[in-house]
Design a binder for this molecule. Sequence first.
Ligand code: ZN
Length: 81
Amino acid sequence: MSDPQAAPAAAHEAKEAPRCRCGHGLDHLMVSQIPAYTGWQTFLVFFAGVSTAPERIDYQCRVCREVFHSTTDADVLRDHH
Ligand SMILES: [Zn+2]
């Protein structure tokens, strides 16, 4: 495709589906979803044994180690509760 009109569509698609440098998407087998906790949440989870939803989920590729996406979407966080 040499049509310059195609460029914005491609950019939009890339934004919809983030990928790491080696091309793995969010749901790929080699991509870990790593919960990120705030300081007091870390205390609750690891010292008090309380289950709490993380502040953020980071998506890290286990091949290239790149954290290529993160989300604070409440629905996603609830899955990691
Ligand atoms: Zn990768």
